[in-house]
Design a protein around this ligand. Sequence first.
Ligand code: NDP
Length: 331
Amino acid sequence: MFDAILVEKSGDTGAVSARLTQLNDSDLIANTEGDVIVAVAASTVNYKDGLAITGKAPVVRRYPLVPGIDFAGTVLESSHPDWKPGDNVILNGWGVGEGHWGGYAAKARVKGDWLVPLPAAFTPAQAMAIGTAGYTAMLCVQALEAHGITPDKGEVLVTGAAGGVGSVAVALLARLGYSVIASTGRSSETDYLKQLGAASIIDRAELSAPGRPLGKERWAGAVDTVGSHTLANVCAGTRYRGAVAACGLAQGMDFPSSVAPFILRGITLCGIDSVMAPQAVRREAWQRLARDLDLAKLEAMTRHIRLKDVIGAAHDIVNGQVRGRLVVDIA
Ligand code: NDP
């Protein structure tokens, strides 16, 4: 038997509930497909995990489900040619924790094609301190770089800065030499964000209300984790030929903007998806994280919890109350 979080849906009321329970290998085999079984050492709590556990948005595609969209651990059994027992691996996305049993259990059974090697620079817990949030932050940084947004082009903005994606983005961009403007709704996190490397802080209220199609040109690039009016205002404030990497929807999934920033200022909106990103993109992002992320800053933004704490943390993250990253120590 091993510990796991299980999300279930009531046949009568349709209500979604989550509980800590015990599963065995037969449960895992009966409910999953895959050619690799991993002993999970650590997982993490991302915003999407919060949605899955609270049922606040329909991200879960089958019940019952072990949630947890990412994990790091060691291969126990494999019939996949790339992996053998003892290999240290990471899994992010591919619908795991949504339509396939995920990381909130001591064992996971997945497709070997979904795994990437754990970079030697990281322990499993450090890889999960980064997690899907940090890997997505790296994809955003790479998108800005690919569009020519170098530190000399001007300041870069990070929205939802005190959250998981935001915190890693601030740390990465500062380490790479960018002058970072951090947008947050939590003024109490000013010192935290400056410690991660933010040069200045703005109140997210400046960006979250309906705004004008074009505003003053303020930042050369931006990482937006918030969506909705915030993303529209971020685009409206982006400098000529700047770029915005959009990865999140913490304010909303809508995008009430106009074409003005695109056709009058030539800005680029880069869509970022971590879930189905091809293997080569993932491996490069993890290698860049190994090179460019300051591990002391990673530690400063990370708190460790146990499986029994995950359900409470899920509610906290959908309420915007989690600072930085949460690692779930499982082994
Ligand atoms: P967090 O909850 O850790 O961070 C989100 C942050 O957004 C909060 O900390 C808060 O920052 C801000 N925020 C929350 N609610 C609002 C609101 N109503 N209006 C404005 N700002 C708000 O989540 P994650 O960092 O894990 O994820 C961030 C977003 O990115 C989520 O929407 C998530 O779904 C998405 N995501 C997308 C991925 C992809 O592949 N595209 C992968 C990973 C995440 P503050 O307190 O500083 O204002």
